[in-house]
Design a protein around this ligand. Structure first.
Ligand code: B16
Ligand code: MG
Length: 216
């Protein structure tokens, strides 16, 4: 059967979660809001606008729309400054062999990311050409755990939800895949991603036997 392989970006293909964290941390610090790595889990896979709301909620800070817009611009400018020198060395371990395997086996690949910066990241890291379809934060109106991003991606590839396989590092993204009746594969800590059908600490733990079982 024809399968679709849908990849999240931040935290799955590239380690940009640390840059998102640094950029939000600056804003939180300016506002006197405590923002830890545990808090940061809540932001993974979540849109930029919603992320700010979560941070303001942590500090019970209220602000005008104008002020919020300013923080959103500041966050993205700071985030983009970390990406200036980005290259293929920032691709997470084990990702390239999996992409190569899927290409060698003519499996369709799509991106399903909440980020509005997805395309430049794929370009900078040199892997844009691996993707047969891209759905990102510019295409969807409903953020994960809403399955919209993955539904659009599967549709673009012309594959049913049941035959779609999602790689995700966020709880919200695993929930989105499950809601869409897709096969969810968590990349990260088993304790955090326990709702996923399969969980791997990172892509180096995914072997060809497992990949072969998926495309059968
Ligand atoms: P941007 P993903 C998500 O990307 C990140 O996990 C999340 O932390 C970020 O806030 C969101 O993208 C929006 O990103 O500000 O670049 O539009 O994990 O869905 O690839
Ligand atoms: Mg992610």
């Amino acid at each position: 059967t024809k399968k679709a392989f849908l990849f999240d970006l931040d935290g799955v293909i590239v380690d940009t979660a640390k840059y998102h964290y640094l950029a939000w941390k600056k804003i939180a610090t300016d506002l006197g809001i405590e923002f830890t790595h545990e808090h940061n889990e809540l932001l993974k896979g979540v849109s930029r606008v919603r992320s700010l709301e979560i941070i303001l909620g942590l500090g019970q800070v209220e602000a005008s729309q104008e002020q919020k817009d300013q923080w959103l611009i500041q966050k993205n400018e700071d985030y983009l400054s970390y990406l200036v020198d980005m290259d293929q060395s920032e691709i997470l371990p084990g990702v390239m062999p999996v992409l190569e395997f899927l290409k060698a086996n003519q499996q369709p690949i799509a991106l399903g990311s909440a980020s509005k910066n997805a395309r430049p990241i794929l370009e900078k890291t040199g892997i844009l050409s691996y993707f047969d379809a891209i759905v990102d934060g510019n295409d969807v109106s409903n953020a994960k755990p809403d399955p919209e991003v993955f539904l659009q991606a599967a549709q673009k590839l012309g594959v049913s939800n049941e035959n779609s396989i999602v790689f995700e590092d966020s709880v919200a993204g695993i929930q989105a895949a499950n809601i869409a009746n897709m096969t969810s594969i968590g990349i990260g800590e088993a304790t955090i991603l326990n709702e996923a059908k399969y969980i791997f600490k990172d892509f180096t733990y995914i072997d060809e036997a497992f990949l072969n079982s998926l495309i059968k």
